[in-house]
Design a protein around this ligand. Structure first.
Ligand code: G1P
Length: 304
């Protein structure tokens, strides 16, 4: 029997430089896809997977994130006074049980591995999930839930995986696996951001993990790796040698890299089209754009 995964870590300390100037004063995780911030998607996915404790690793300038999961008495009163029951219902998705959310500061940006390590005391001695909110995954069954089900069979450590174009491998943790065509693959090696020539495959780690607490012990000792940062990939790779218990899980679903402007725009289109109340209008508009390759009015205005 595997131990239940009830805690999830959300590393949200990044500067979001690819979205400046927007992210000068707004945390990247608060940027919306249609009307829900990226972090809401991550939280919903965690909840669907049975997560009960939510640990955010934050940094200076992220107080908007904390406020997002707090009560907003003025707003709630205004909506109640105006009988706006539908909007009040909409706000309910931001409700978190008292004591279920914890915020830990990463004082220095030393890498993803370091960010997760900062949460070690809150995680304690149990398996935990890590969700990178930049990776948005549209799926019938939420990705982490798929993984938790697969993990019940395998135990150990599990990372989400998918193929990426060969010329993009240097942006990812890349896996060497035993049976590349199966859904759950045993990992033989993993390398953070290898060059195309050095990459063992084009199967990449995507931002969902289920990890054993021993990974935190590895992080105590791990040296800086790719990009001069403390890499989570390296701490997981250590478990391959030690225990041979690392699996990669090929999730069903479509992943958007919302850490990049292009991925974020694609996600906006996809999630806009998935909304029954917006779909028809939006589709008409997009069809028109494709047909005429019409310049977007705002861009035209900006160019004078
Ligand atoms: C992180 C991980 C990398 C993983 C990627 C997925 O990289 O370090 O192994 O493949 O997320 O999005 P980052 O995108 O933070 O540079």
């Amino acid at each position: 029997m595997t131990k239940k995964v009830s805690k999830a870590v959300f590393p949200v300390a990044g500067l979001g430089t690819r979205f400046l100037p927007a992210t000068k004063s707004v945390p990247k995780e608060i940027l919306p896809l249609v009307d829900r911030p990226l972090i809401q998607y991550a939280i919903d996915e965690a909840r669907a997977a049975g997560i009960k404790e939510f640990i955010f690793v934050t940094s200076r300038g992220k107080s908007a994130l904390e406020d997002y999961f707090d009560n907003a008495p003025e707003l709630e009163k205004a909506l109640a006074d105006g009988n706006k029951t539908k909007l009040m219902k909409t706000l309910e998705q931001t409700d978190m049980d008292s004591g279920a959310v914890a915020y830990i500061r990463q004082q220095e940006r030393l890498g993803l591995g370091h960010a997760v390590w900062c949460a070690r005391r809150l995680i304690g001695d149990e398996p935990f999930a890590v969700i990178l909110p930049d990776d948005i995954i549209e799926a019938q069954k939420p990705c982490l839930q798929q993984m938790v089900e697969a993990y019940e069979e395998t135990g150990g450590n599990m990372v989400a995986a998918m193929e990426v174009p060969h010329e993009r491998v240097s942006s990812y943790g890349i896996l060497d696996v035993d049976k590349p065509s199966s859904r759950t693959m045993k990992v033989k090696n993993m390398v953070e951001k290898p060059s195309e020539a050095e990459a063992p495959s084009n199967i990449a780690v995507i931002g969902r993990y289920i990890l054993t607490p021993h990974v935190l012990k590895n992080l105590d000792r791990i040296k800086k790796g790719a990009g001069g940062e403390v890499q989570l990939t390296d701490a997981i790779a250590t478990e391959i040698e030690r225990k041979g218990n690392v699996h990669a899980f090929r999730f069903k679903g479509r992943r958007f890299d919302c850490g990049s402007q292009s991925g974020y725009l694609q996600a906006t289109v996809a999630f806009g089209l998935a909304r029954p109340d917006l779909r028809e209008d939006f589709l008409d508009f997009l069809a028109g754009v494709v047909e005429n390759e019409a310049p977007v009015p705002a861009a035209k205005a900006a160019n004078g």
